[in-house]
Ligand binder design. Structure first.
Ligand code: CDT
Length: 316
């Protein structure tokens, strides 16, 4: 059999004043609980080590550098890697990454990304992804009660949408695993690029406000969770993959994040969902063979896709 028990490790609010140590201790408690419940791969949210700091404005971007990680693992995050080895448990972690590297012009300079990594049970990073779809705005918006400054603090990811095939859980032959981050889940193109690499398990974390401040009444409150789930369920179904979508939830620095973390099967069904706005672990034993049906029939890409008619998607 090709089965793996995954854990969606939702985190409740992390306040501005909470240190990395506090966040990591909460994550370690979820890993310990996961170990008791047979979890082989645990998924933490986007920007899991801190509050969702893009809601705060700084004139100079460097003033925000204390929210970023310059090393992974670091002194603060090393216990997560140790726990992975101790429990033989893979993990997914989202964090803000500050690195010094060359840009497209060859200039070496500080660069900031909204990043996620996948770590295997040996405590080794086997996949890194940098968020491609950055929502929000780059300048202070006086009309917003809460800012969403991802376009100010992060560059567009430069690693594409990679998929790694690696042993995980009881699946020795390897699982094709890919990552998305938050807003990426709303873009079918992102899912399809993973699907074209025969992805079997997509992990993603999100920080999504309960209220759409741009909605002007059109996206009602109750549609926020619906749209999030709709996107993940469609992405899984149309690409014949399992999905684990994990929230930061609750009232963080006075702003509400809606939670509702889910695990979705390749038929697009929600098989497990968080029912709190607290730290909460929901688990499911995923049969990867389920990916086969879609992949060999209705979403057999080789047989049925018509890329010659999709030019507009990449040309504009
Ligand atoms: N973190 C993130 O990408 N959140 C967005 C909401 C953006 S609202 C300007 C999301 O798509 O969930």
């Amino acid at each position: 059999t090709r089965r793996i028990t995954v854990g969606a490790a939702q985190l409740g609010a992390i306040q501005k004043s909470d240190s990395r140590k506090v966040a990591v201790e909460r994550m370690l408690a979820l890993m310990a609980e996961g170990h008791r419940r047979g979890v082989e791969l645990i998924v933490f949210p986007e920007l899991a080590l801190t509050t969702f700091f893009p809601r705060h404005y700084a004139e100079r971007i460097e003033e925000m550098d204390h929210w970023f990680e310059t090393a992974m693992p670091s002194n603060e995050t090393a216990p997560l890697f140790e726990a992975a080895r101790r429990y033989r448990m893979g993990f997914h972690l989202g964090y803000a990454e500050l690195t010094t590297e060359a840009d497209e012009t060859g200039t070496v300079r500080p660069r900031r990304f909204n990043t996620a990594i996948l770590v295997n049970p040996d405590g080794r990073i086997i996949l890194k992804y940098r968020k491609v779809h950055l929502p929000g705005h780059a300048e202070f918006d006086p009309n917003r009660r809460v800012q969403h400054l991802e376009k100010r603090y992060f560059e567009v990811g430069n690693l594409g949408f990679p998929v790694v095939r690696s042993p995980m859980g009881r699946v020795e032959g390897g699982i094709n695993m890919g990552l998305l981050i938050c807003n990426d889940r709303r873009w079918p193109e992102a899912w399809r690029v993973l699907g074209l690499q025969s992805v079997e398990l997509v992990m993603l974390g999100y920080n999504t406000p309960s209220i759409n401040q741009d909605a002007k009444g059109w996206e009602a409150h109750h549609l926020r969770v619906f749209h999030s789930h709709l996107s993940v369920q469609a992405g899984c179904y149309q690409n014949a993959t399992w999905g684990v979508a994990v929230a930061k939830a609750g009232v963080e620095d006075g702003a509400e994040l809606f939670g509702h973390s889910i695990i979705v099967n390749p038929q697009g069904e929600i098989v497990a969902m968080a029912d709190s706005w607290e730290d909460q672990l929901v688990t499911y034993d995923c049969d990867l063979e389920m990916c086969r049906l879609g992949r060999t029939t209705i979403f057999n890409f080789a047989a049925h896709r018509r890329p010659e008619h999709y030019q507009r998607i990449v040309s504009q």
